[in-house]
Design a protein around this ligand. Structure first.
Ligand code: MN
Length: 324
């Protein structure tokens, strides 16, 4: 399957000149890392790529340090009148906005490269491998398959993709192959501590205050097996801060001893977004799917069209049906 997908995708890339690289809504390290790695690889193939992340809050992104980040476009109006021959999406199990983006750039074919086991296969070509630790592993293979040799500007975003999606190589999705790829990337990365400083030692006071707010809001259920943090829009208003990526916060509450399910819910534009993390006994993707969401076995997410309190109650009610 991998070989077929690589052949088909390489042929599509060869045919195209203007190539739009995009992801859906959650612009985490894997999504942005894949986009930027592919951006530089396509440049080396003399293509004309653009990274487009609809409505991305670039200011709040922890990935600003990567080369090419400044060229990411987020306003769909800027795409009007541009013609793209191909769209490649990364790390996105679903993509409700894809039709709008396609329409804006002349309806090209869509290649979906992803590792979510709940993928909705929205692409014209779908390369989905849920056993992969990160979409970054797949993009690494694609780049090499296209005959592009690695260099630092490609290696750094791929390393960011893989290291963030594996929780710095600690999650159970991490395989021997993950380390093999990371090892090869390291040959091009001169200063690893620089990446880790940018990713993890670069917190603003607002981010730490949000961490404190998470702990303050912590609620425990089922003898400590479930922890919930529900953040209202007032919290974000009070802190004058809304982060692009909540991974740190949910990992922090998941790390409490004895926790099987960690839930982080936050109010956003009259909706409630939930991040779900589990420690092995509950399938996070299965839980998210009950509410129209999706993801991986231990990490998933979903959205509620309901007030914060009732979203919490709905998840807790469904969790009662899971044995753990
Ligand atoms: Mn991912």
């Amino acid at each position: 399957m991998t070989q077929d997908a690589l052949n088909i995708i390489r042929a599509e890339i060869q045919k195209a000149n203007n190539i739009l690289l995009t992801a859906y809504h959650r612009y985490d390290g894997d999504a942005v890392g894949c986009e930027l790695a592919m951006f530089w690889a396509l440049k080396k193939l003399n293509k004309n790529p653009l990274v487009f992340n609809l409505n991305m809050n670039k200011q709040a992104s922890p990935f600003k340090f990567m080369k090419g980040f400044e060229s990411i476009e987020y306003d769909i109006k800027k795409l009007e009148g541009c013609v793209y021959n191909l769209i490649i999406t990364f790390d996105s199990g679903e993509f409700p906005d894809i039709e709008n983006i396609k329409k804006a750039v002349g309806n090209p074919r869509v290649i979906n490269i992803d590792h979510h086991k709940t993928s909705s296969y929205y692409g014209d070509i779908n390369w989905v491998e849920s056993a992969r630790a990160a979409t970054g592993e797949m993009v690494y293979e694609l780049i090499k398959f296209c005959g592009v040799s690695l260099e630092i500007d490609i290696a750094i975003p791929l390393f960011v993709a893989i290291s963030t999606d594996t929780g710095r190589f600690t999650f159970p999705n991490t395989t021997a192959n993950t380390f093999k790829i990371a090892g090869e990337l390291m040959e091009y990365i001169k200063d690893l501590s620089l990446i880790y400083t940018q990713l993890y030692c670069n917190k603003t006071l607002e981010e730490l205050r949000l961490q404190a707010e998470c702990i303050e809001n912590l609620r425990v259920e089922k003898d400590g097996k479930i922890v919930i943090v529900a953040l209202s829009k007032e919290v974000f208003k009070k802190l004058h801060f809304y982060p692009e990526d909540f991974q740190d916060y949910i990992d922090m509450i998941r790390s409490i001893k004895g926790v099987e399910v960690a839930l982080l819910l936050r109010e956003e534009n009259n909706k409630v977004r939930a991040s779900i993390r589990t420690n092995g006994k509950v399938d996070a993707a299965e839980l998210a799917q009950r509410f129209g969401g999706g993801g991986h076995s231990r990490a998933s997410g979903c959205t509620f069209d309901a007030p914060l309190d009732s979203a919490v109650n709905k998840i807790l009610a469904v969790l009662n049906e899971f044995a753990f």
